[in-house]
Write a protein that binds this ligand. Structure first.
Ligand code: NAP
Length: 392
């Protein structure tokens, strides 16, 4: 592996897409919370907007500005060559993301993003994991609400249970929040690409080595009333189970036979049925280009929930883990999941890659695999709760 030393590139961290909704929140978080000696830059396609962003940041005079465009691979290569860690918010990633992953894999820069797009993650594994292993680059997708609380929450739960035995974990996600134009654009892109998503998953399965002596499964759980959390559990077909599965494959601590089921938790049955109907209708409509355009016009790129709305938003993920005759109830909780807490998770993950003493890893890795304990500690210190609620 050829990981570069700490000072051989001008920046510890470059934030690409810094002028977008989450990008701006992340830049503000870094300006307020990063160590004073962090060498960092904001990057994007519009130098004027980047300058204005920099001027608005406390201590902004020390922040660099780099111009790069997702449509110009040479500018992305320059970003990767100038940074130890590159964090990007430029999505939909399946449309804009690959050239930067390739540049980081090739130059040995660590990469992280906010994707929730399974097709993108699978294609990046097939195309860039091998090169990243050669250069020592860590490619970490899904470093926001997709999928940090779920990945690290399962990691935290597993470590409350006995070692070396079969384990099962159920996750129940509850949120009260609104979403941004960027998230809507990514969700609509994904819904319209269902077949390509399945093809990418098959291609990944052909490339991924088999686990010789362990079994790992992670799925969206079936609908049912979950007495253990007192709520209706609905299948939640997000990227999260795929990420948990990859962590369980990578880490022996998840035991010889591991199963995870991912759900949305809803207290009242009418809300549960309404939710299923609304998601089904939106997904069906998004298959038709005119309806997709109409939906995407509802929220423009750069738009997102107001500070007041975000201040009222929250998330809770409850986990029930079992194995070796023990049962544990755990919880991960915080404020506005999609934006304030996503910016916090993203910035802390970037700082964690840049500065913390982590277990060796390279190639496409998960947050639990690359940064488990260190990132959990950082998030607890930053106000996100990880706790054991009960043991049986
Ligand atoms: N994992 C999670 O939980 C989570 C949470 C929130 C968001 N997200 C994802 O994060 C991404 C960003 O969301 P957002 O709400 O911040 O979106 P946004 O406000 O639309 O921001 C998108 C950013 O991408 C930039 N961009 C677009 N095309 C570009 C190009 N050709 N070259 C360079 N930059 C380009 C935009 O630059 P300009 O400013 O110049 O337009 C902007 O900075 C989305 O994919 C969303 O799904 C994930």
């Amino acid at each position: 592996m050829g990981r570069m030393s700490g000072t051989d590139r001008p920046y510890d961290l470059v934030l690409f897409g810094a002028t977008g909704f989450v990008g701006t929140l992340t830049a503000r978080y870094l300006a307020a919370h990063a160590p004073r000696d962090l060498r960092w830059a904001v990057a994007g396609r519009d130098p004027g907007r980047l300058e204005r962003l920099r001027e608005s940041l406390p201590g902004g005079a020390d922040v660099g500005v780099l111009r790069a465009d997702a449509a110009e691979p040479a500018t992305l290569r320059a970003l990767a060559e100038h940074a130890r860690v590159v964090a990007t918010t430029v999505g939909p990633y399946v449309r804009y993301g690959e050239d930067l992953v390739a540049a980081c894999a090739d130059t040995g820069a660590d990469y992280l993003d906010l994707t929730g797009e399974p097709e993108f993650v699978d294609l990046m594994y097939v195309r860039h994991d091998a090169r990243a292993r050669e250069t020592g680059a860590r490619l970490v997708h899904a470093c926001g609400f997709d999928s940090v609380p779920h990945d690290l929450g399962v990691y935290f739960t597993v470590r409350q249970l006995p070692e070396g035995v079969p384990l099962t974990v159920d996750g129940y996600v509850s949120v009260d929040a609104a979403f941004s134009g960027g998230t809507l654009a990514s969700a609509l892109t994904q819904v319209a690409r269902g077949r390509r998503m399945l093809a990418a998953a098959r291609e990944r399965a052909r490339h991924e080595p088999r686990l010789p002596d362990r079994r790992v499964r992670a799925v969206a759980g079936a609908p049912r009333f979950a007495g253990e959390v007192g709520a209706w559990a609905l299948p939640l077909p997000t990227l999260d189970p795929q990420i948990v599965r990859r962590s369980a494959r990578a880490l022996e601590r998840y035991g010889p036979d591991f199963r995870y089921r991912h759900h949305a938790a809803v207290r009242r049955l009418p809300v549960a049925l309404g939710g299923i109907a609304a998601v089904g209708a939106a997904a069906a409509a998004a298959q038709l280009p005119p309806a997709r355009r109409w939906l995407s016009d509802r929220l423009k790129p750069g738009d997102g929930p107001s500070e007041q709305k975000r201040a009222r938003s929250w998330f809770t993920v409850r986990f029930v883990g079992e194995g070796g005759g023990r049962r544990v109830y755990t919880e991960v909780a915080g404020g506005d999941p999609g934006y304030d807490e996503t910016a916090k998770m993203f910035a802390e993950a970037a700082l964690c890659l840049a500065f913390d003493d982590l277990p060796p890893s390279a190639g496409q890795v998960t947050t639990a695999q690359a940064m488990g304990d260190a990132l959990t500690e950082r998030l607890c210190a930053a106000g996100i709760t990880f706790r054991v609620a009960a043991r049986r």
